[in-house]
Design a protein around this ligand. Structure first.
Ligand code: SF4
Ligand code: SF4
Length: 114
């Protein structure tokens, strides 16, 4: 599953630079698949093909957020989710709505880092 950041976030910013997929953004920050990855060209997002450079709206206007389509639970990079390891208030948690297999997470990692 992807991880999510809960309302307990204190906006310290410690998690953002630790994410190997650049899946973590500050409040109000636009995001793109190409940010911090090597993916180029077209990529599928919610059933549509979009450019990897295309910017999308922030998922939160008040706290840091994780883009689930970029989170691999650190699969392929680290043994443990790095955001969980560094968060001082333990607000990076599993998203129960997004259960995914290790294979699916590795496929995402390969998609983002061809
Ligand atoms: S679990 Fe890993 S890939 Fe997912 S948001 Fe946290 S640091 Fe990034
Ligand atoms: S490390 Fe935790 S408290 Fe700090 S910005 Fe990230 S999610 Fe928020």
């Amino acid at each position: 599953m992807a991880l999510m950041i809960t309302a307990e976030c204190i906006n310290c910013g410690a998690c953002e630079p630790e994410c190997p997929n650049n899946a973590i953004y500050n409040a109000n920050e636009e995001w793109a698949f190409a940010d911090g990855t090597t993916v180029k060209g077209q990529i599928e997002y919610h059933g549509h093909m979009v450019d990897a450079q295309q910017k999308f709206s922030a998922l939160s206007d008040s706290i840091y957020f994780i883009v689930p389509e970029k989170c691999t639970e650190c699969e392929g990079f680290h043994e443990e989710p790095q955001c969980v390891s560094v968060c001082p208030v333990d607000c990076c948690v599993d998203d129960p709505e997004r259960r995914e297999s290790k294979e699916a997470l590795m496929a995402r990692k390969d998609l983002l880092h061809p």
